[in-house]
Structure formats: structure tokens, C-alpha cells
Write a protein that binds this ligand. Structure first.
Ligand code: MN
Length: 160
């Protein structure tokens, strides 16, 4: 077996259209009763030990959102489809296709789709990474003290 054959990923995965790819499982996130995330799916497109990175495609359904979290690893995000908003640290930003977002280490972040459009994005991340930390009550109060962040988090924050 040569080096190429030992790699986990095949050399070419064809797009099946609709933001799906051959041989890539689409894993719907379960919505937990605490609504830490809602209506989001994950596909791992590349995971290569030689690169030490993974490239994932997340799709947030209209009105859905990712976990509000922080961790020591960083994210590099490329918006592929749809519209929405993100919280990065204390910044709330509108997102459009082809925007780029960097999430630095230790920075609170969340992605939310618009109410009438999905939000699909590529996310590059380390293969080896620390577990996300969720906000405690004090963290949430601190974030919500900013009215723009409170508006961004909306009702979902109350359930975390
Ligand atoms: Mn994250």
C-alpha cells in the first residue's frame, strides 16, 4: 500500500448537488432539550492526519443556530450559502456568501441562520482539539449586558 492509498480520504469525491458529497455522511445534530443548538447538520469533508486539519460543512436551517461556545482551538469559516449572523467575541456581524470569519482561540462564538434562509459554511479546524466550553450563567449575563448581543442571542440564550 503506498502513501496515497493509506490516506483516509479518496482522491476525488463528487458533489451530489444540494451541498452533499459522495461517501460523506450527513450527520444531523440532535436538538437537546436545552436548545444549545438547533437545526444544524455536519459533514466532514476532509480529515487528514498529514494536514492535521479537518474541513467540515455545516448547514444551519432557517431559524437555527450553532452552539454558543468557546475553546482553545481556532476556526476558519467560509460562508458558502445563505444568510445569517454570527457572534465573535463581542462582535455581531451579518453574514453573506463568500464572507470569511476567523474565530480566535478562547472567543465566544455562535452562528445563526436567517429566519427565511439556511446558512451553509465550511469550517476548518485542528484534528486534535480541546472540547468546547459552554457559557455559565455569569458568562451569559456578561454577554447579554450588551444589547446587540442580547438581541442576537434572543430567546435561545434563556434556554442554555
Ligand atoms: Mn466552535
Amino acid at each position: 500500500m503506498n502513501d496515497i492509498a493509506q490516506r483516509q480520504s479518496p482522491l476525488h469525491r463528487r458533489s451530489k448537488g444540494g451541498y452533499r458529497w459522495e461517501g460523506v455522511d450527513c450527520l444531523p445534530y440532535k436538538e437537546d432539550e436545552q436548545a444549545r443548538f438547533k437545526a444544524i447538520s455536519r459533514q466532514v469533508l476532509f480529515s487528514d492526519p498529514a494536514l492535521a486539519a479537518e474541513l467540515r460543512f455545516f448547514e444551519v436551517a432557517p431559524g437555527g443556530f450553532s452552539s454558543l461556545e468557546r475553546h482553545q482551538h481556532a476556526h476558519a469559516v467560509f460562508i458558502l450559502r445563505g444568510r445569517g449572523q454570527c457572534l465573535i467575541g463581542r462582535e455581531v456581524r451579518r453574514l453573506e456568501p463568500h464572507d470569511l470569519v476567523t474565530v480566535p482561540p478562547g472567543t465566544w462564538h455562535q452562528f445563526r441562520a436567517a429566519s427565511d434562509e439556511p446558512l451553509g459554511f465550511l469550517c476548518m479546524v485542528n484534528v486534535d482539539r480541546d472540547r468546547p466550553q459552554l457559557p455559565c450563567d455569569d458568562d451569559l449575563s456578561n454577554l447579554q449586558a450588551d444589547p446587540r448581543i442580547a438581541a442576537f442571542l434572543g430567546n435561545a440564550a434563556e434556554k442554555v
